[in-house]
Write a protein that binds this ligand. Sequence first.
Ligand code: COA
Length: 191
Amino acid sequence: MNVIAVPPERIDLDADTYLRWLRVGDAEAVARAVDESLDHLKPWMPWADTQSTDVTFQRNRLRQQSQQRERTEEWQYGLFRVADELLLGSFGLMTRRGPGTLEIGYWLHPDVGGRGYATNAARALTTIGRRVRSIKQLIIVCDEANTRSAAIPQRIGYTLQRVESRTPEASGETGRMQIWVFEGSTPTATR
Ligand SMILES: CC(C)(COP(=O)(O)OP(=O)(O)OC[C@H]1O[C@@H](n2cnc3c(N)ncnc32)[C@H](O)[C@@H]1OP(=O)(O)O)[C@@H](O)C(=O)NCCC(=O)NCCS
């Protein structure tokens, strides 16, 4: 396994899609995709509100993102369609769970759900994340009511390690958060 210092700027997934670090120049596309996805995101993403559909808000957020990358704290990727560079969703690798751990977060535009895009992207980030220096495990955290989200770590070969309780932060949440952990070296290739 080739060790890397930080996750790469671009990850080619297949002939149709790729992941790339989000830049300030993507603010308009992010704001539009969030706006179009708002009803689908609100039950699960505490940040999904009208403010996050604002281009200036997203520009400021993405400006901070480049600083977070420089501090090797967090890498937020857009999922893009090769054919027309359309932003299909967003995926993050985050160090907020402490040393040695990378957490993967994700959301998809509802128009492109049900095709395996999120599973493929999370699988690729799992493979890459395992190669980042000093990373021992990848985790995915989701509310136990968010069954579509929980299906993703299950498809890739994560193990449910524990359930933590916290105050619900979004309207669909129970507050019972599943902690899915991947400690192997190769994610499951099939569905
Ligand atoms: C969580 C979320 C990204 C999952 O989206 P999704 O469309 O279910 O996930 P995928 O893109 O991986 O698609 C999986 C579906 O495609 C099917 N599929 C087709 N080809 C596939 C392939 N090659 N690989 C895997 N699945 C494939 C799967 O069988 C599955 O079908 P199903 O919906 O009938 O079960 C989406 O529901 C979302 O954005 N939710 C709101 C935000 C959110 O909850 N984020 C997570 C917070 S923890």
